[in-house]
Design a protein. Sequence first.
Length: 182
Amino acid sequence: MTRDRATIELRLEKIADLFDPFDPFPMPSRDLSKSAEDFIVGWAREMPEALALSLIVHVPEAEARGPQAPALADAIARHFNYRAERVRGDLHELIRIGRVSLMIGLGVLGLGVLGGRLVSSALGEGPTARFFSEGLIILGWVANWRPIEIFLYDWWPLVRRRRLFERLAAAPVRVLGYSQSS
């Protein structure tokens, strides 16, 4: 880790080990394997958010000079840009669900307050009327639990994950060769 950049290092036997073996596309468009992504993201989460990230991929000398090495940075950037876009879509969907849930919750709350008043006027001020009146108001507040949860808490992790993927997409990637005897 330098002063302005945190480095994540991987050591591989082949560059292809970094990618999903079931993905039929050529390397710049291939997805990283789940284990490779988990490793990189796990280390990136440990790094201070204020620092830019960089990746160093150690491979045997022959792999480092091979045709896949120059395309590795682009492949990793594409993968994490795609992941950031997916999370951005998840965030937009969550906010949309939150808005719809809020409209429903406010409607249920309004009906609960109105229903509570109707029950009170129909049954008077006795314990039975109070039970049903307050029960309807509580139902209205419970109907707002999910939208409140979405707008206060649920969006933070998605924004943090999106930022992490964006940092990883912007990370410069260096491929360094090592001798097979080391």
